[in-house]
Design a protein around this ligand. Structure first.
Ligand code: PLP
Length: 388
């Protein structure tokens, strides 16, 4: 008998036969998506947002694949993520979006990272550090044009040139962020572009960046000097009112542990929230909310009803969940699949085909971003491509 060999690394150390869920990640599709975004960015440099472990797919795999495709600039949310990017991209430009935490300047300098400064306090701390070091280190400045979350206000942004601290460091980028770029005719998009344009004009010679994934596709083409896509790189649809121009990057399979018949008028799962109206066949699969699959995909109601709930593709057929999603298991109504086509140990598709990340998100009452960024550490991760 051959024994399964287990490794203990975080990315894909679990052998496929022992895994409840198998995550397929196509690094060639990731690279192709970056090129599609670059080709739509009107000549602007195209960066990659790789925060949250590259939206769940793995920083250490995604960053080198994007680098081979030609990406030179990366954005993360946390300093710790930036250090992981630096380890696999020694020459890249790396920005940290979540601002400068007090006392962290030396770490930025040690790893050649750039903070995105979003308040005068942060600007003063960075400028003070640069003065003390006698080095004009690089940073970005974030101006808030509507999110009311991070960044200087637009009036503050317009007074930046009057501030002496700006001479102490190099402002390598001025940026802002869209509130609803995925809504292509939302009037806020135009208002934000105009406010950002005014700040930009007041800072001549400083490169500017506004567009996230959806921003790249707006008819006003707010590409400026640098585009910052995240979601679309990983296959999410940046144009929800149109067909998705991106290729899928992540696919998820789950293993069937058991199959059983449930008699009419019996319930399935915790709290008995799903009722079999007639005799139903249930497949129990080895993925649950502890794997990051949302419990909000639970199917509460009864068989025969049209429920907004999670689905699996079983032998190619769409099958609805039955009952609550458990921590480690999901029950799927496979009655419509011919009995011979589904057996213990088979895998079903949770993400793939028509079950796009956008669709899985919709069925859980959330967005595909949350589906991706929750992809859990218990999956076997099978990476394909990425050789450039
Ligand atoms: C996450 C993020 C992005 C990327 O947005 P997507 O919608 O995933 O393309 C860009 N800029 C900022 C400031 C972000 O926080």
């Amino acid at each position: 008998m051959t024994q399964l060999s287990f490794q203990t690394n975080a990315e894909g150390g679990i052998p496929e036969q022992a895994a409840g869920g198998i995550l397929h990640i196509d690094l060639d599709a990731l690279a192709a998506n970056w090129r599609i975004l670059r080709d739509n960015a009107g000549g602007a440099e195209t960066a990659a947002v790789v925060k949250a472990n590259a939206y769940g797919i793995g920083i250490e795999k995604a960053v080198p694949a994007l680098g081979k495709a030609g990406c030179r600039t990366f954005f993360v949310a946390h300093l710790s993520e930036a250090i992981r990017v630096r380890a696999v991209a020694p020459d890249a430009t790396i920005y940290v979006l979540n601002g400068l935490f007090p006392g962290t300047c030396p770490t930025y300098a040690a790893f050649d990272l750039r903070p995105v400064l979003g308040s005068f306090e942060e600007i003063e701390e960075w400028a003070g550090f640069c003065r003390a070091q006698n080095r004009r280190l690089k940073a970005a400045i974030h101006v808030d044009t509507g999110m009311n979350r991070l960044g200087l206000t637009v009036p503050q942004g317009l007074t930046l040139t009057d501030r002496a601290e700006l001479g102490d460091f190099e402002t390598a980028l001025v940026m802002s962020h869209f509130v609803s770029a995925e809504e292509s005719d939302n009037p806020l998009n135009r208002q934000q572009i105009e406010a950002f344009q005014a700040v930009r004009v007041s800072l001549p010679g400083i490169p500017a960046s506004l567009a996230n994934s959806s921003g790249i596709f707006l008819k006003d083409k707010p590409h400026f000097d640098l585009a910052r896509p995240g979601y679309a790189l990983y296959g999410g649809n940046p144009t929800p009112d149109r067909d998705n121009p991106m290729r899928p990057v992540a696919g998820l399979e789950a293993r069937i542990v058991q199959l059983r018949w449930v008699e009419a008028h019996h319930t399935v799962g915790y709290n008995g929230r799903w009722l079999a109206q007639d005799r139903r066949r249930i497949a129990t699969i080895s993925v649950g909310y502890a794997d990051g699959y949302p419990r909000a995909s639970s199917a509460r109601g009864s068989s025969g009803e049209e429920l907004l709930a999670g689905m699996a593709l079983v032998a190619g057929r769409p099958c609805s969940f039955a009952g609550n999603v458990s921590m480690d298991l999901i029950t799927v109504d496979v009655t419509d699949v011919p009995e011979a086509q589904v057996k213990r140990g088979d895998t079903v598709i949770l993400i793939g085909g028509d079950l796009t990340i956008d669709e899985v998100g919709r069925r859980a009452g959330t967005i595909g971003y949350e589906i991706l960024t929750n992809l859990g550490p218990r999956y076997a991760r099978l990476y394909r491509g990425g050789e450039g």
